[in-house]
Design a binder for this molecule. Structure first.
Ligand code: SAM
Length: 246
């Protein structure tokens, strides 16, 4: 039987006994009903899996003893960052979950002129915590040892200003001049994909993206929903230059 992997936001040290954070405790003890002596694997995003054994299961606390870590390498040879116009609830979750499975390195949620989703500060903080847990769970399931960064949602200008320099910057646009089939990978094998929200990019968004070095790329002749466009573009890059066909 496959041993359960659990993402924890903890410093992990060989041989230590640690108390699991609440979400991990609830998952192992309440959902999976694991007991003292059962095995699990912890990871914190540092690229290693930590075999562990449960040492105690209490009402409010589960403790585990860590074994020797093993390096896991399931990362893509590409660095793919998705600048995603914030989409409605489940669509956004779908993009985060599937993009993580497909091997992206980061997701930058942005509010743009035609965003249909508006969040106040409290809801933004809650949503960000939720998105990060979606990404952590997708890493648990897909075996990734590195957890893609999810930035705090911001307006488009701030999201673009905070991007790492470099990479091929691609604005997903049904009328874009580039195609995935016709492009060459940049030397740094880094890509940044900008995907519009449900209402698409406005002329002002497009001007900001162009000023930040983004060039339009199309995904075939049909108009795709935002979540389809994001996942199709990541898949196209991984199939052409990354590890999807390996
Ligand atoms: N009517 C909207 C418009 O005028 O942009 C459609 C928006 S579409 C539902 C959401 C986003 O998906 C677009 O902003 C674009 O980034 C991306 N997209 C959809 N179809 C695409 C295609 N065929 N090629 C490239 N990007 C596409």
């Amino acid at each position: 039987m496959r041993v359960t992997r659990v993402h924890v936001d903890l410093a992990l040290i060989d041989g230590d006994e640690v108390t699991l954070p609440e979400a991990a405790r609830a998952h192992l003890a309440r959902v999976l009903r694991l007991r003292e002596g059962d095995a699990c694997v912890l990871f914190n995003g540092d690229g290693r899996d930590w075999p562990a054994r449960i040492t105690s299961v209490g009402k409010r606390e589960v403790r585990v003893r860590l074994g020797r870590p093993v390096a896991v390498d399931r990362e893509s040879p590409l660095s793919i960052t998705v600048v995603q116009g914030v989409a409605r609830g489940e669509k956004m979750d779908l993009v985060l979950q599937k993009a993580t499975e497909l091997g992206v390195s980061g997701i930058v949620p942005v509010f743009s002129e035609r965003s249909e989703v508006k969040l106040d500060d409290a809801r933004t903080a809650k949503r960000l915590a939720h998105w990060r847990s979606v990404v952590g769970s997708a890493c648990e399931q897909s075996g990734r040892g590195r957890v893609p960064a999810v930035s705090a949602p911001s307006d488009l200008a701030a999201g673009l200003a905070n991007l790492e320099p470099g990479g091929m910057r691609l604005l997903l646009d049904p009328d874009g001049p580039l195609s995935f089939g016709g492009m060459e990978a940049p030397d740094d094998r880094a890509f940044v994909l900008a995907v519009g929200p449900e209402g698409g990019w406005s002329p002002r968004d497009r001007a900001q993206l162009a000023a930040a070095g983004f060039c339009g790329v199309r995904l075939g002749p049909r108009i795709l929903r935002t979540e389809t466009a994001a996942l199709a573009a990541v898949s196209a890059l991984q199939a052409r230059f990354g590890d999807l066909s390996g």
